[in-house]
Design a protein around this ligand. Structure first.
Ligand code: IMP
Ligand code: MG
Length: 177
């Protein structure tokens, strides 16, 4: 375990089980369709990568870069830094993100994709922090529900660090500045 980590919340093995289950479920639910997975960068990686290894139906993948966070606080202002290049009109879109906290990011992107005439827009996230919710958003696929804690690892960062950890953990108090 890395020195800055207070405790591990979700282990590497648990993450493997979670992505396997989610990938299998999505493959069943979207059987006969060719969904487009749209990962929200940078946090969706490595969750999306592991999820895709367990998806057994034909699918496409694209990425969108959005930014909203500064330190441990959501700024509330969501900017699209890089848009997708896929034409999603009439497509079944699955938005993939690391965590749904206030719900602002995923609900904004869902509305945007609906305006672009996607046939369906489904949300899949590794973590759900329901206590942080400000905007009501329907998250169909959830890896794990966690309490209102700031977590890092497996794509999640604190000031751009810790995304590379193979587990999800909580930082030691002294790390926050
Ligand atoms: P929302 O718009 O508040 O739902 O925020 C979603 C985004 O905030 C996620 O994609 C993360 O980038 C970031 N975020 C929310 N909670 C955490 C956390 O505990 N650790 C790291 N990033 C977080
Ligand atoms: Mg993010």
């Amino acid at each position: 375990m890395q020195n800055d980590i207070e405790k591990i919340l979700i282990s590497k093995e648990e993450l493997e089980n979670i992505t396997k289950k989610l990938g299998e479920q999505i493959s069943l639910d979207f059987k006969g369709k060719t969904p487009v997975f749209i990962g929200l960068l940078k946090g969706c990686n490595p969750f999306l990568t592991d999820l895709l290894k367990n998806v057994t139906i034909p699918c496409e993948v694209d990425y969108m870069k959005v930014s909203s966070y500064l330190g441990t606080e959501s700024s509330g202002n969501i900017t699209i830094v890089n848009d997708i290049t896929t034409n999603i009109k009439g497509r079944n879109v699955i938005i993939v993100d690391d965590i749904v906290d206030t719900g602002r990011t995923t609900s904004l992107i869902k509305n945007l994709f609906e305006q672009r005439d996607a046939q369906s827009v489904t949300i899949c996230c590794m973590l759900d922090k329901p206590e942080g919710r400000v905007v009501d958003v329907d998250v169909k696929y959830i890896g794990s529900t966690i309490p209102n804690l700031f977590v890092v690892g497996y794509g999640l960062d604190y000031n751009e660090l810790y995304r590379n950890l193979p587990y999800i953990g909580v930082l030691k108090n002294e790390i926050y500045k």
